[in-house]
Design a protein around this ligand. Structure first.
Ligand SMILES: Nc1ncnc2c1ncn2[C@@H]1O[C@H](COP(=O)(O)OP(=O)(O)OP(=O)(O)O)[C@@H](O)[C@H]1O
Ligand SMILES: O=C(O)C1=C[C@@H](O)[C@@H](O)[C@H](O)C1
Ligand SMILES: [Mg+2]
Length: 234
């Protein structure tokens, strides 16, 4: 057992707000917001939009899913800060629980043990109200973890195309699944295998080559539309 009793180290981005933790009815629809979207409204309108979204979430965590390099961690941190939610990255929480880097968990314990620990950690994080969880790239692909996320959170797939992802993940060599003879082919194969599963998320947005703040604004707009029932039907 490499994940001893674990207290998630949720990092507060702003002081906590006094929200309820009641669960609003879950929607099963995927709202696909893959078209171009501009940041809309003035500062006052955006504040109203943010407050309405927090109210619609009713304490449920936002869970970002998608491939390595999609921007779950970096965009997620900005988004949490904007919404006044606590931010937690499941990869960081796993490393804290295991006392090891993810690369070392893969190397010494193997992927299956990593996935089992990831499920346990995400299960705990989902019970923290008013939280934004950036998951690791494979978390939503694991059936058990996926069911937990569907039951306990509102999931957002940050979708990006191959070339954008490859250019981003090439900047660092800390992703064990890409340490292969042909990382391009590996990433392509993972995209083919995973995209139909990520599409099960509640909401989809596309990370284009735009600043992270724009992606964060897209997510707020897409979530607001989804939770208020005004998003596109698929
Ligand atoms: N919209 C964006 N514009 C420019 N750079 C970005 C954008 N989104 C992410 N990046 C960059 O891409 C890299 C990967 O992003 P990040 O670590 O957030 O991805 P991730 O989805 O959390 O990946 P992983 O699943 O491996 O944890 C980082 O260097 C980040 O700064
Ligand atoms: O895509 C994946 O399966 C992974 C992504 C990273 O976030 C880490 O969770 C780990 O490297 C596995
Ligand atoms: Mg990440």
């Amino acid at each position: 057992m490499i994940f001893p009793s674990f207290r998630p180290c949720v990092q507060a981005c702003q002081p906590a707000r006094g929200l309820t933790t009641g669960r609003a009815p879950a929607s099963t629809r995927n709202d696909d917001h893959t078209g171009p979207r501009l940041t809309r409204g003035n500062a006052a309108e955006r504040k109203v939009e943010r407050e309405a979204l927090i109210s619609l979430l009713a304490g449920r965590p936002i869970v970002l899913v998608g491939m390595m390099g999609a921007g779950k961690t970096t965009v997620g941190r900005k988004l949490a800060s904007r919404l006044g939610l606590a931010f937690v990255d499941s990869d960081d929480a796993i490393e804290a629980a295991a006392g090891m880097k993810i690369e070392d968990i893969f190397a010494t314990r193997g992927e299956a043990e990593f996935r089992a620990g990831e499920t346990r950690v995400i299960s705990r994080l989902l019970r923290e109200p008013d939280t934004l969880i950036a998951t690791g790239g494979g978390a939503f692909i694991n059936p058990e973890t996926r069911e937990l996320i569907k039951a306990g959170g509102i999931s957002v797939w940050i979708k990006a195309d191959f070339e954008l992802l490859f250019s981003r993940v090439s900047r660092r060599s800390n992703r064990p699944l890409l340490k292969t003879a042909d990382p391009r082919a590996t990433l392509k194969a993972l995209i083919d295998q995973r995209y139909p599963i990520y599409a099960e998320a509640d909401v989809t947005i596309v990370s284009r080559d735009v600043p992270q703040d724009v992606v964060a604004a897209d997510i707020i707009a897409a979530l607001s539309a989804h939770l208020s029932g005004t998003g596109p039907q698929t």
